[in-house]
Ligand binder design. Structure first.
Ligand SMILES: Nc1ncnc2c1ncn2[C@@H]1O[C@H](COP(=O)(O)OP(=O)(O)OP(=O)(O)O)[C@@H](O)[C@H]1O
Length: 123
């Protein structure tokens, strides 16, 4: 049977998610780098007066990159918990997760260059 809808449970779930976000900001250097890059991109967008549609694209890119980084961190932590010792399979799993972040970060960088470079050159 479906559990009844509960606002209290919903607020609690948000609390857990925000505490995960706080932990990532506090302890994950890569996440802080992405966060800083996101702030720079938003500030540049405001400064260079990009369009609403361009802002939407930038925000989507930021969301995808940061979510990928959090998933990568989750996989790393899970791997470290399951197998603290060196293992070839753990290496492949961690490298694949890191590759996923690299791919979306490169895609986001290209999007940023396409949106910002023409405006920077026209100043
Ligand atoms: N237990 C392990 N077994 C095999 N290879 C590992 C193991 N732990 C780490 N590695 C290798 O080292 C790389 C870096 O792993 P690590 O967990 O240190 O990630 P990181 O990106 O340096 O993250 P962080 O700095 O957040 O800990 C992995 O991609 C993998 O190639």
């Amino acid at each position: 049977m479906n559990a009844p809808f509960s606002i209290k449970k919903l607020i609690k779930s948000f609390g857990y998610a925000f505490s995960g976000l706080k932990a990532a900001i506090r302890s994950e250097q890569n996440f802080r780098v992405h966060l800083f890059s996101a702030c720079v991109a938003i500030a540049l967008g405001v400064f260079l007066h990009i369009s609403s549609m361009e802002f939407v694209i930038i925000i989507i890119c930021i969301g995808i990159v940061m979510a990928a980084e959090l998933m990568n961190t989750t996989i790393e932590k899970l791997c470290d918990f399951i197998s603290p010792q060196y293992h070839e399979r753990i290496k492949i799993i961690k490298d694949l997760a890191a590759a996923a972040v690299l791919l979306v970060a490169i895609a986001a960088l290209i999007v940023g260059l396409i949106i910002f470079l023409p405006r920077i050159f026209s100043i």
